[in-house]
Write a protein that binds this ligand. Structure first.
Ligand SMILES: C[S@@+](CC[C@H](N)C(=O)[O-])C[C@H]1O[C@@H](n2cnc3c(N)ncnc32)[C@H](O)[C@@H]1O
Length: 242
């Protein structure tokens, strides 16, 4: 495991340390157009565009994730990966006075983009790290949020991310997952989404074909699982309690 470098919210980003995590090949090769290229960040950091990509469901899905984390958000929360739009600023605004939010992302450009959206707040830390090899101790967070991360990861990385999320959350704590899900058979957007996944998001079909639980390590069973879907089943929120 690699110790992460830290980017204080709204502070200048530190230079990458020698031990910075390697940028995974799937980001450079498959998702360069969405997250890696500076023009991509500039292009996609528009809430209306993210909302369009989610067929108008961005706010609803953010609301569902935030409601699951509580208001105010207490304790230590880990957000695995930055997201475009206002999800993290909204999460920060709900933190209790003594709460903490750590956001881990493997791309410094994404951490810098997030830092620019957040006011200075010593409760928030932006950390460079890989979601499938976290540098934090076991049971160190009260809750972990994964917002549209798993569908972008190849299966072995997704398995690592889920194993790490379950490792770092405390017993009784929640892992909140919002992501794609298999829509109902007659869903009018099914053919379009198949083409989008085929050409742009090659790992996403895994979340149509499998339940999130299928990617947990063998023998690891959450204390409880709560799943809800929206928009004809195209999106899910799955909450695993450790
Ligand atoms: C959360 S996902 C998708 C979010 C959603 N599409 C959005 O932005 O609205 C995108 C982020 O995941 C990050 N990411 C992908 N793989 C990662 C990994 N293995 N570890 C940490 N961050 C990762 C990318 O760098 C990117 O910032």
């Amino acid at each position: 495991m690699v110790p992460p470098s830290s980017v204080e919210a709204a502070a200048p980003v530190l230079p990458r340390p020698v031990a910075a995590p390697r940028v995974p090949g799937y980001l450079d090769q498959t998702y360069w157009w969405a997250y890696v290229h500076p023009k991509a960040v500039h292009f996609f950091e528009r809430e209306w565009l993210v909302n369009l990509i989610l067929f108008g469901n961005y706010k609803r899905l953010c609301d569902a994730a935030l409601a699951e984390l509580g208001e105010p958000v207490q304790g230590r929360t880990l957000q695995l990966a930055c997201v475009y739009g206002d999800l993290t600023p909204r999460l920060r605004a709900r933190l209790a006075a003594d709460a903490r939010l750590d956001v881990v992302d493997v791309l410094p450009i994404q951490l810098r983009n997030l830092a620019a959206k957040l006011p200075r707040d010593e409760r928030v830390a932006l950390l460079e790290g890989d979601s499938s090899a976290l540098a934090c101790p076991d049971a160190s967070y009260d809750q972990v949020l994964l917002f549209f991360l798993l569908h972008e990861q190849p299966e072995h990385v997704r398995r690592g991310t889920l194993a790490e999320a379950m490792r770092v959350v405390k017993p009784g704590g929640k892992v909140v997952i919002v992501d794609y899900h298999r829509p109902r058979a007659a869903h009018p957007l099914r053919p379009l989404m198949r083409q989008v996944f085929k050409h742009l998001e090659p790992y996403a079909m895994d979340l149509w074909d499998h339940c999130v639980l299928d990617f947990l390590p063998a023998g690891m069973r959450p204390a409880s699982v709560d799943k809800r879907t929206w928009f004809g089943g195209l999106y899910q929120k799955t909450v695993l309690v450790r």
